[in-house]
Design a protein around this ligand. Structure first.
Ligand SMILES: [Zn+2]
Length: 78
């Protein structure tokens, strides 16, 4: 797949996102890298072997975790 010199990181390497973009679909928020990995706009990635990589913590929205409350406690009575 990759014909760059020096060769880009492997499709399942930790730094696979450092490979070069061969096809970008920015309007859809993702790019295909030469090693077969798909890089998403939010920093996540889908590796060549199908393994998903979560976005860096800085890209996550902490409010989601804070907002997750105990529904049973909230929905009591009525
Ligand atoms: Zn490459």
């Amino acid at each position: 797949m990759c014909q760059h010199l020096p060769a880009c990181p492997d499709g399942h390497a930790p730094d696979c996102a450092a490979a070069r973009v061969v096809a970008d679909h920015l309007e859809q928020g993702w790019s295909l890298l030469c090693n077969g990995a798909v890089l998403f706009e939010d920093g996540g990635a889908l590796l060549a072997d199908g393994q998903a990589v979560v976005p860096p913590a800085s890209a996550l929205r902490p409010r989601l975790a804070e907002h997750k409350v105990d529904m049973n406690g909230m929905m009591g009575g009525g």
